[in-house]
Design a binder for this molecule. Structure first.
Ligand code: GLU
Ligand code: ZN
Length: 301
């Protein structure tokens, strides 16, 4: 019998960075971008950027330009033009349509308040509602998982979700916006991304993504979840006010990212241009050196 990964090994690696323009680029995003970039390009693969701008109220003016400039200043070149989710709504609608035809969706009128006591789980209240109600509603994807669900992450190892721990989730929100879980799955598949490197805060979203891929007939990419960087126990994030990275010190920023990624950092004759440093880092890249925690607390600035 063929080795189950045989098909993948001959495939060119195709990674992506999927920033949300909800604030300026901070160090946690740079570190994720560097890992994804090097993991793909070290093997002659491709690397694409997708702007995740589905949620207009959360967009911060000027932040997309800041993120793109930061990628550029750090030598993180894409292999093709970037795409923006706001231009792809028809693709998400088409996926919803196909899920609908397969009987995988239902209309949910539960409010956040009515579900608040349930700790994020969904008890299946509206599962049988197949026709859109008059009142406000979200659209949920119906999970039919009665066994434990497992997948293997390239860094975090085997992940197991007990029966009943995953629940029907929203694919189209009550306010009419397409949900992240839907868009990310559609985009990764249509962009032919086969290797996803991102923060471990998204580890528990991965079973949902895999189940959606299966329902849509998409292949499942490999997943590699990096430890999230924290300060004072909180993820470095735009929401928690992580400071923007300095665009004046790209080589230092890259060196610090490599160090946190457990990779050798060229010393002494370190090139003073970011692209040169990235080229050396790509030559040295070794997945097995990546840290395996789910978070790393940063001690100094
Ligand atoms: N847009 C998400 C973020 O900025 C990343 C989603 C993903 O990598 O799947 O956190
Ligand atoms: Zn409901």
């Amino acid at each position: 019998m063929d080795h189950p990964n045989q098909g993948q090994t001959s495939q060119r690696k195709r990674g992506r960075f999927a920033p949300s323009p909800t604030g300026d680029m901070h160090f946690g995003s740079l570190y994720t971008a560097v890992a994804s970039y090097l993991d793909s390009t070290s093997q002659g693969g491709e690397w694409v950027v997708r702007v995740e701008n589905l949620d207009p109220p959360r967009i911060v003016a000027g932040s997309l330009q800041n993120i793109l400039t930061a990628l550029d200043v750090h030598g993180l070149q894409t292999t093709e033009p970037r795409v923006s989710q706001s231009q792809r709504l028809h693709l998400y609608d088409a996926a919803l349509e196909s899920l609908q035809m397969a009987g995988k969706l239902f209309y949910c009128t539960c409010t956040r308040k009515s579900l608040a006591a349930l700790d994020g789980g969904y008890p299946g209240t509206c599962r049988t509602r197949r026709d859109p109600p008059e009142q406000g509603h979200a659209v949920r994807f119906r999970l039919d998982v009665d066994r434990a669900f497992t997948f293997t992450d390239q860094v975090q190892g085997r992940q197991e979700y007990a029966p009943g721990s995953l629940s029907d989730f929203i694919v189209k929100r009550r306010d009419g916006l397409h949900a992240y879980h839907l868009a990310v799955v559609v985009d990764d598949a249509l962009q032919q991304v086969n290797s996803i490197v991102r923060g471990a805060d998204l580890l528990d979203s991965t079973p949902l993504h895999i189940l959606l891929q299966q329902a849509l007939g998409y292949p499942t990419p490999e997943y590699l979840h990096l430890p999230v960087l924290t300060r004072n126990g909180q993820k470095l994030s735009k929401q928690h006010g992580a400071p923007p990275i300095s665009l004046q010190r790209p080589v230092e920023n890259l060196a610090r990212a490599l160090e946190l990624l457990g990779q050798p950092v060229p010393q002494g004759g370190r090139p003073n241009d970011p692209a040169g440093l990235l080229a050396i880092a790509a030559g040295n890249w070794q997945r097995h050196l990546l840290p395996r925690e789910t978070s790393i607390e940063l001690t100094c600035s």
